[in-house]
Design a protein around this ligand. Structure first.
Ligand code: PSU
Ligand code: MN
Length: 303
């Protein structure tokens, strides 16, 4: 085991017994939602994973240690600290470990640490991708590279249209990452089930997801798999409302010269600010929906 990794006892016991485990990220807690809803949601997501037969392992860097499985107190700490906690992508782990400080893990670093711990599946809200205007800014999330090189299945609700969804799919195709639609042929757009872009494969059951992931492993591929699970219709937002908020958020980020790792947290916070509690409630519901699917798929993978 990696000398910097701590696996929580419950997670360790489940892994040793071959029981299902689902990883969860922590940037969604510290940077993705406001306090205290972020902490309530993180605990509710863990509870949902348990109710669906798997053990949750929320991942973060605490005092320079890579953690697979957090205590309630650690989740509360990350949620309260919010954006003052470092957002930790691949390039940041060496510095955080060497300095012994905290970091909230993105999709990228959650995949890295999950894989180190032997966890094969991870549930979240949305992934990073190719930003709009990337042809001049070159802002492409490290999440896409991680999907190309780390063998973890990521269950999300697609990506927000703060990104260029068409270019994000092109990038994933180039990198050989299968993009699966759960019960749909269309890539979901996070707050809404529809983006107008197609996925590579439609899958309708956790069994079939597990079979594809197993085949990917047995083919000797190094990369992961992206499962996109549409937000349930009753929690979806009005497309015109969310599109207007995203346009406004993008405009303000350009005006304020927001760059680099700040871009995504800035846009996410702006959208929540502009749409009030409505987008936050949709966000919570889609994460719970992804947690259920990931737990059921983890149970299939464990068979
Ligand atoms: N998209 C969301 N919610 C999130 C994120 C993205 O809808 O919380 C977070 C995830 O942790 C993701 C990260 O891995 O932002 C991507 O950041 P960047 O675009 O800087 O790579
Ligand atoms: Mn970026």
């Amino acid at each position: 085991m990696n000398k910097y990794l701590d696996i929580a006892p419950e997670v360790q016991a489940a892994l040793e017994a071959g029981k299902p485990v689902v990883a969860l990220e922590s940037t969604i807690i510290s940077h993705g939602m406001p306090y205290p809803k972020n902490v309530e949601t993180a605990l509710l997501v863990e509870e949902t994973i348990r109710q669906n037969g798997a053990v949750p392992a929320t991942i973060a860097v605490i005092g320079g240690r890579l953690k697979a499985g957090l205590s309630k107190e650690e989740i509360e700490h990350l949620g309260k600290a919010g954006r003052s906690v470092a957002k930790a992508s691949r390039r940041d782990l060496p510095a955080l470990v060497a300095r012994g400080v905290d970091g909230a893990t993105t999709v990228t670093t959650t995949m890295i640490i999950a894989h180190m711990a032997g966890i094969r599946i991870f549930a979240t809200g949305g992934i990073g991708g190719v930003h709009r205007g990337a042809e001049t800014t070159m802002d492409i999330s490290a999440d896409l590279e991680e999907l190309a090189q780390t063998p973890v299945m990521v269950v999300c609700a697609g990506a927000k249209s703060i990104l260029d969804l068409g270019l994000t799919l092109e990038y994933l195709e180039t990198k050989g990452v299968p993009v699966i639609g759960y019960g749909t042929e269309e890539l979901p757009a996070f707050y809404t089930p529809h983006s107008g872009f197609g996925v590579d494969y439609r899958v309708d059951s956790p069994e079939e997801l597990a079979a594809m992931f197993r085949a990917q492993r047995e083919l000797g591929y190094k990369g992961g798999m992206l499962v996109t699970n549409p937000i349930p219709e009753q929690y979806a937002m009005d497309k015109a409302v969310i599109d207007a908020a995203i346009e406004q958020a993008l405009k303000e980020s350009v005006e304020q010269g927001i760059k680099g790792k700040e871009t995504t947290p800035f846009l996410l916070a702006k959208v929540v600010e502009l749409t009030g509690g409505e987008s936050l409630e949709s966000n919570i519901q889609l994460v719970l929906n992804n947690a259920r699917l990931a737990a059921r798929t983890a149970a299939e993978l464990a068979k």
